[in-house]
Design a protein. Structure first.
Length: 317
């Protein structure tokens, strides 16, 4: 009997009989002592499967993901009600337990203990790949510390689908997930984004989309932007344009959104701007939709002089 077949066979027996009895029986049958000891040391740990689920269309799931969900002992879901719809669609009946951002600290230890006792657990989110702006990261770290095997089951990922259909540069990109609400932290993120020279991807909720677009305009400028709406769903849509144009288009947004910013070669453009006169810079930033106060601040930074000195130049503008 091959080792892996034997290992799976032993796991099933382990759930019924006392572990020491199994070891005794195996030794009595003169099995490979090294293999027996190895199993004993690992105490028949289960495995954690990170299963990617559809981001909208229920048919966007792999055969392997479906089979994994059918075979595991327990499914830890971000929202059990949401996951139940998927399981019902594929006629899968498995125990569910909630596992989300608000109970992650408590439930991680609970789930790890179950895996150490031999159970296989699948981690799923409401949509997409676990650990990407969703629960999953913490239990992976904990599992690695406990020498538990973590197996990714690939599938749908919203940011990748948005990127490949955006028309923007796909060679390099930066993913920032959901931006922080705190103003200072948000400001730091925008300062970091400004230093990037690649496509930037941001997730955003509908009720915050307008504010985020305005913040982008004020902190980064009126750059080229793509908004991906309701990916893989009936109302899927890609809208392209300047940030200022998209602000006008999405005044009452509904659905789920991904913002993609074109910062490719923007550093070169910024360097060119810095070499221009304050008057030329002013006109460029004005066309980008920035307010006078913000323009003066940027020009002063570019020229390495005080804001008051630049302000005096444009006091009549």
């Amino acid at each position: 009997m091959h080792e892996w077949i034997f290992h799976n066979y032993l796991k099933k027996i382990y759930k019924i009989f006392n572990y020491k009895i199994i070891i005794y029986l195996l030794r009595k049958e003169r099995r490979n002592i090294f293999f027996i000891n190895k199993i004993y040391e690992n105490k028949m740990n289960g495995k954690i499967y990170l299963v990617a689920t559809p981001i909208g269309n229920l048919e966007d799931i792999t055969f392997r993901a479906i089979n994994t969900l059918k075979e595991v002992d327990l499914i830890a879901a971000e929202d059990t009600r949401h996951t139940l719809k998927l399981l019902n669609y594929y006629e899968i009946s498995k125990p569910l337990i909630s596992y989300h951002r608000h109970n992650e600290d408590i439930k991680t230890d609970f789930l790890i203990e179950k895996v150490l006792n031999g159970e296989n657990i699948a981690i799923v989110t409401d949509a997409g790949t676990p650990g990407i702006s969703d629960p999953g990261e913490e239990i992976v770290k904990s599992a690695i510390d406990k020498n538990i095997e973590v197996i990714p089951i690939p599938g749908a990922c919203a940011l990748v689908n948005a990127l490949i259909a955006s028309g923007l540069n796909t060679k390099q990109f930066g993913f920032y997930g959901f931006l922080p609400i705190n103003k200072k932290l948000r400001k730091k993120i925008f300062e970091k984004i400004l230093k990037e020279n690649k496509t930037i991807i941001i997730y955003e909720a509908p009720h915050k989309l307008q504010k985020t677009l305005i913040d982008i305009l004020e902190n980064i400028g009126d750059i080229n932007c793509v908004i991906a709406k309701e990916l893989t769903k009936i109302h899927e849509k890609f809208v392209r344009g300047k940030v200022s144009e998209l602000i006008e288009i999405f005044k009452e947004p509904k659905g789920e959104f991904i913002i993609l910013l074109d910062l490719n070669n923007i550093q070169e453009e910024e360097n060119d701007i810095e070499d221009k006169t304050p008057e030329e810079q002013y006109e460029i930033y004005k066309k980008q939709g920035l307010e006078k106060k913000e323009i003066i601040k940027i020009i002063a930074k570019n020229k390495k002089v005080s804001k008051n000195e630049i302000y005096q130049l444009f006091i009549e503008k």
